[in-house]
Design a protein around this ligand. Structure first.
Ligand SMILES: Nc1ncnc2c1ncn2[C@@H]1O[C@H](COP(=O)(O)OP(=O)(O)O)[C@@H](O)[C@H]1O
Ligand SMILES: [Mg+2]
Length: 171
């Protein structure tokens, strides 16, 4: 059976930094959609969650490096409302990850709000492999800065960036 149209899905996030949990989701989604656009939210630079460790350009670069072997995955940044960006990309849906029940309430609220803003954009949820359910960017940063080993939680290029950041070589 032929599918009526190609599926283009946006995976938005802060990615400060990219983790193996994000990558697990990207790999899973890239197998079932035609085109996956990973989109770093630029507003999070001033957002309510505090200043990110990495600039949005660094976060975009880390994602580019880690997904370079995935032909149907592209990486970009966006500003403003997600639904406006999704529409400008002619995307069918937005992808979000759910690790635990604690993610659910916030994600449900966001999905409902986005549906209110644009009823044509669907939100898809995927769950990562079990070993990534406890991995978060926030914990990775915290553990790394206290000298803990995070090599199993982020890709090698992110480890390099974290080391350079902590040495103050990158502003
Ligand atoms: N370890 C993980 N496994 C699966 N999904 C994850 C993981 N870490 C984060 N995510 C999901 O990836 C998306 C982007 O997360 P994040 O970079 O924290 O940006 P945001 O600020 O939008 O939450 C969110 O849907 C989040 O739930
Ligand atoms: Mg988050």
């Amino acid at each position: 059976m032929q599918r009526a149209k190609k599926t283009k899905v946006i995976y938005p996030g802060t990615f400060d930094p990219l983790t193996n949990g994000h990558l697990d989701l990207i790999a899973r989604a890239s197998k079932i959609v035609d085109e996956l656009v990973v989109a770093v939210h630029r507003n999070s630079e001033q957002g309510g969650k505090g200043k990110p460790l990495f600039t949005f350009l660094e976060r975009e670069q880390m994602l580019r490096e880690a997904t370079s072997e995935m032909p149907n995955v592209s990486v970009t940044t966006f500003d403003g409302l997600l639904v406006n960006f999704a529409k400008s990309q002619k995307a069918n849906a937005v992808l979000r990850g759910i690790r635990a029940v604690s993610d659910y309430e916030y994600e449900l609220q966001m999905a409902m709000m986005n549906r209110k803003l644009d009823p044509e954009i669907e939100t898809l949820f995927m769950i990562p492999g079990e070993r990534y359910t406890y991995v978060s960017s926030r914990l990775v940063k915290g553990v790394f800065m206290l000298g803990g080993d995070v090599t199993s939680m982020v890709p090698p290029n992110v480890i390099e960036r974290l080391k350079r950041k902590s040495l103050g070589k990158i502003s």
